[in-house]
Write a protein that binds this ligand. Structure first.
Ligand SMILES: *[C@@H]1O[C@H](CO)[C@@H](O)[C@H](O)[C@H]1NC(C)=O
Ligand SMILES: *[C@@H]1O[C@H](CO)[C@@H](O)[C@H](O)[C@H]1NC(C)=O
Ligand SMILES: *[C@@H]1O[C@H](CO)[C@@H](O)[C@H](O)[C@H]1NC(C)=O
Ligand SMILES: *[C@@H]1O[C@H](CO)[C@@H](O)[C@H](O)[C@H]1NC(C)=O
Ligand SMILES: *[C@@H]1O[C@H](CO)[C@@H](O)[C@H](O)[C@H]1NC(C)=O
Ligand SMILES: *[C@@H]1O[C@H](CO)[C@@H](O)[C@H](O)[C@H]1NC(C)=O
Ligand SMILES: *[C@@H]1O[C@H](CO)[C@@H](O)[C@H](O)[C@H]1NC(C)=O
Length: 921
């Protein structure tokens, strides 16, 4: 690019240097400029063409010869707007693959015969605006492959049969080349020619034989515009019977000439005749008589000055399907204006009837369109006529589309009678945009039952729509009331148009509408609703309820900020709830400063969201969370300072266009780092990214582009952040450990013990009953030690039992847990003295209980004995000691009796329990 610009600079400098007697100062500036760019000078090639793919653009380089340094395989070369004097074969031979060569606007004086020889694949040759003068057959002898040749705006002098070699040519343009005759050859040639341009030459007459060289060609279109034509000799078009389109625009042709033309076209296959802008003032009943023997289907008479169409001028054109009369000056249409046009499908009368300064309104008689029974489209935009009379449109039995936009037709009040003459037409579209309507009466369109589109924008309708206005429009799908300003809606406004799909009420409504109940509730099929520019300040939650098919909702330029405020009495109004199909939502310019959390929830189909021009600042997290399909987000011109992931992350997921410019960004790590990184990585289009995303704070970035924010500056924070996180984790870990070891430490120790014993092979060998050092290991709460001393210890003396009691027998200094394990191992039975106290003694009790159970299970011993001093429910027991009464044999569960006389029996039972075998049965 630099190279190119430099090249252009250089060239323009040199050109100026050459062109004028340059002031030394100027020269100095030029040279300085060159010096500054001297690195480019080295890289500078001989030319500065722009090559894209296989196309080379060498325009505007003041070239004097074809550049020699382009890629050899280019297929298209544009050397227009240069100073080439010729196109010599040798210089083009470097590009043998050229298919298209444009050398317009040069100084080429003649075609070199070796050019085509060098370019065997050339198809398009454009030589517009050159100086080509003499043209001979030899010059184009090798150009047989050409399909398009443009020699317009030269000063041609044809010698011999210069076009004869061009057998593949389909399009030949020799417009404005000073030719005085249409005769480009004398023998049949140009077999393949389809389109011939002869416009703008000095051809005054077309002689009988002038076009005979086309007699065996495929010509379909002949352009004869802007010629000073005066005479047509008989039979001149008879030579080219394949002619379908004849264009004779922008000449001055008299009615007599047109009549003669029609006569000459008689019997040809002409289908389309264009006679635009030929200063035609009137037509007579015989002007087109010659066309009755043709199948002409399209006639263009636009941009003339025709004043009248009396006397059935078109009576001969029974096959005509399309008639353009736009831009004329018709004063009066009568019932004879269109006689004979029974096949017409489209008629364009745009600006065909106009009211000039002093002239009276043009008149259209009743039944003027009567003959047009097959007319489908009638365009009467920008026309002026006296008024829509009772039978104006009578007879238009096929009319589907009528457009009267911006016409001046006295339509202030539309009543049931206005369009009664269309009652037999299957009208589907009626365009009444800008026709000064101020009032619609009940049943105004009731005769138009097939209407699907009714355009009433840009009028002055000011009334309350009761619904009666649209009675009978059961098929209506589109109603446009844009820019009427003073319409009021009532709950029944649209009751008769339940099929509406598109309702445009932008800039249409009077102030202070309350919409309660909603006028839209019947419109189940509504897909587009435009309520923009209405200054609406108040909406109910149910305004859009039930509009499940709504896809486009436009609410821009209203005054909805209160509706979404959390301070709104009753809370923010979720008026978008339930709009499941919504794809486009425009809330631009509503003064919004808050978006409630549920404001946009459920809009999973939304593709385009407009919130531009509000005063949004801090947005709540997750307001955009449901917008899974969002592609376009517009939030430019708000007060957004930070773009955090929590808010924008979901909205930015799959964006294709983001408009967030012109917000006062706070360029700090917390506010903008995530956004800057997103911008750097995104493929989305972000218009004006370089110029309109400006930091407002902090001072260091004030007035600088967001792109200048350096994400690396946030890296400094990273170690601190890591430290912080590590600290937190450590503290948490510590606390957890402390808590666990407080409440569950016994469990850890227990499993540790089991593990150690297993792995180190401490599992004791089965030594039989003999190995036990103690008869029982006693587990009791400290508070119950009195009872133990009184009722159990005596057994040691009386019956020679030996018990292990922790506080008595444990060896001081040994770790408590290990001692417990060992003591349990060497005890034949484990006796729990169960009281509430034991059950609520946390640490040791749990450990001991677990260890005991482990012992029981490991050794398959039936070694647990419960002595219940109090009545304890089973669930307490199982929770606290992991023991269920049901797990034990009944003789191992002893209840301390309340009656003193039963104590001996208890003692006996205890001895039985302690003496029972440990083997599991
Ligand atoms: C016309 O083009 C064909 C390839 O499409 C080529 O082989 C032939 O030589 C060309 N003829 C002339 C006269 O250049
Ligand atoms: C007419 O054109 C065809 C090609 O379309 C050609 O083959 C034939 O020779 C031409 N006839 C005359 C008489 O020129
Ligand atoms: C054309 O109109 C004239 C009267 O203006 C009438 O005498 C003549 O018969 C009409 N010719 C045709 C063909 O309608
Ligand atoms: C609509 O047009 C069709 C014919 O195209 C016709 O049969 C039907 O009656 C028309 N409906 C109304 C309501 O006019
Ligand atoms: C709504 O549209 C559906 C399907 O397009 C159609 O069947 C139904 O008749 C329409 N409802 C109304 C009230 O026009
Ligand atoms: C993004 O949007 C495109 C176009 O709508 C869609 O094809 C694609 O599936 C979407 N990707 C994701 C991840 O949503
Ligand atoms: C932008 O992204 C590229 C790679 O995707 C990375 O090399 C570059 O450093 C980034 N620039 C900034 C400013 O983050």
């Amino acid at each position: 690019m630099t190279t190119l610009h430099f090249g252009r600079n250089l060239v323009s400098c040199l050109r100026m240097v050459g062109a004028m007697k340059v002031a030394p100062l100027f020269l100095l500036t030029c040279l300085l400029g060159l010096l500054v760019q001297s690195p480019c000078l080295l890289a500078q090639k001989a030319t500065a063409c722009e090559v894209k793919g296989r196309t080379a653009d060498c325009t505007h380089l003041s070239l004097k010869e074809v550049p020699a340094d382009l890629p050899a395989d280019i297929t298209r070369l544009d050397v227009s707007h240069n100073m080439l004097p010729a196109l010599p074969g040798p210089s083009l031979a470097r590009y043998p693959q050229l298919v298209r060569l444009d050398a317009s606007f040069n100084d080429i004086k003649r075609l070199e015969s070796d050019m085509c020889l060098a370019l065997p694949l050339l198809r398009h040759l454009v030589l517009r605006r050159n100086e080509v003068h003499l043209l001979t057959e030899k010059d184009v002898l090798h150009c047989a492959n050409l399909t398009h040749l443009d020699l317009s705006s030269n000063r041609l002098k044809l010698l011999g049969e210069p076009f004869r070699p061009l057998q593949r040519l389909t399009r030949l343009d020799v417009s404005a080349s000073g030719l005085t005759s249409a005769r480009l050859g004398s023998v049949p040639q140009l077999w393949s020619l389809k389109k011939l341009f002869l416009s703008g030459n000095a051809i005054k007459t077309i002689k009988s034989n002038d076009l005979s060289y086309l007699s065996n060609s495929s010509i379909q279109t002949l352009i004869l515009s802007s010629l000073p034509l005066k005479t047509l000799e008989p039979g001149c078009f008879q030579q080219i019977r394949g002619l379908r389109d004849l264009v004779m625009d922008s000449s001055s042709l008299s009615p007599q000439f047109i009549a003669k033309l029609s006569e000459e076209l008689s019997g040809t296959r002409i289908a389309s005749l264009s006679l635009r802008n030929i200063k035609l003032v009137s037509l007579t009943n015989t002007t087109f008589i010659g066309l009755q023997d043709t199948n002409v289907t399209s006639l263009d008479l636009s941009s003339n000055s025709m004043v009248s169409l009396h006397n059935s001028p078109f009576q001969w054109l029974g096959t005509l399907e399309r008639l353009c009369l736009n831009e004329n000056n018709l004063k009066h249409l009568t019932s004879s204006s269109f006689t004979g046009l029974g096949n017409l499908r489209v008629m364009n009368l745009t600006r065909a009837l106009v009211k000039s300064h002093k002239s009276p309104y043009p008149i259209i008689d009743d039944f003027s369109f009567g003959p047009l029974t097959r007319l489908e489209t009638l365009l009467m935009d920008y026309t002026a006529f006296q008024g829509i009379t009772a039978n104006l449109f009578s007879g238009l039995e096929s009319l589907g589309h009528l457009s009267l936009s911006w016409s001046s037709v006295g339509l202030q009040t539309v009543s049931g009678k206005t369009f009664a003459s269309l009652s037999r037409s299957p009208l589907r579209t009626l365009n009444l945009t800008g026709v000064d309507i101020s009032r619609l009466e009940p049943g105004a369109f009731s005769d138009l039952g097939n209407l699907t589109t009714l355009l009433l924008g840009y009028n002055f309708i000011s009334q309350t729509l009761t619904g009666e206005e649209f009675r009978g429009l059961a098929s209506l799908e589109e109603l446009n009331l844009y820019r009427n300003r003073k319409i009021s809606l009532s709950p029944l406004s649209f009751v008769f148009v339940p099929s509406l799909r598109k309702l445009i009420l932008g800039l249409a409504l009077a102030q202070n509408q309350d919409f309660d109940p909603s006028p839209f509730q019947q419109l189940r099929n509504l897909s587009t609703l435009d309520l923009s520019n209405n200054n609406i300040a108040n909406v109910m939650e149910g305004l859009l309820a039930g509009l499940e098919n709504l896809r486009v909702l436009r609410l821009q330029h209203n005054n909805l900020q209160r509706v979404w405020k959390s301070a709104n009495p009753g809370g923010p109004v979720s008026f978008l709830r339930g709009l499941r199909s919504l794809e486009t939502l425009d809330l631009d310019s509503n003064g919004l400063d808050e978006i409630p959390v549920t404001g946009l929830s459920g809009l999973s189909q939304l593709r385009e969201l407009g919130l531009a021009g509000n005063v949004l600042d801090h947005l709540r997290d997750s307001i955009f969370d449901d917008l899974d399909s969002l592609r376009v987000l517009r939030m430019q011109r708000n007060l957004i300072t930070s773009v955090p992931r929590g808010v924008f992350g979901p909205a930015f997921r799959n964006l294709s266009v983001l408009r967030l410019e012109r917000n006062p960004f706070d360029c700090t790590c917390e506010s903008i780092l995530w956004f800057v990184n997103w911008l750097n990585a995104t493929n989305a289009s972000v218009p004006q990214r370089g110029s309109e995303y400006i930091c407002n704070t902090p001072q260091a970035y004030f007035n600088k582009s967001v792109d200048r924010f350096n994400p690396l500056s946030c890296k400094d924070m990273a170690p601190f952040y890591a430290l912080y996180v590590a600290n937190c984790i450590l503290v948490l870990l510590f606390m957890t450990t402390a808590l666990i070891s407080h409440f569950q430490g016994w469990r850890i120790k227990f499993h540790w013990n089991v593990l150690v014993n297993r792995t180190l092979g401490f599992a004791e060998p089965d030594l039989g009953e003999a190995r036990f050092e103690y008869d029982a290991y006693l587990i009791y709460a400290p508070e119950d030690s009195k009872w133990v001393e009184r009722h159990l210890l005596p057994l040691e003396e009386d019956k020679q039992y030996s018990f292990f009691m922790e506080d008595r027998d444990s060896v001081p200094g040994r770790p408590q847990f290990e001692a417990i394990v060992e003591a349990m191992r060497s005890s034949r039975k484990i006796v729990f003295v169960v009281t509430e106290k034991l059950l609520s003694d946390p640490c040791c009790r749990m450990y001991k209980a677990h260890q005991a159970m482990h012992q029981v299970i490991e050794d398959s011993r039936d070694s647990v004995v419960l002595v219940l001093l109090e009545d304890v429910p089973d669930h307490r027991l199982s929770r606290a000691l992991l023991i269920r009464k049901g797990m034990l044999k009944s003789r191992c569960i002893l209840h301390w009796p309340l009656q003193r006389e039963r104590i001996p029996a208890f003692r006996h039972k205890l001895q039985v329990a302690l003496g029972s075998s440990n083997a599991v049965q």
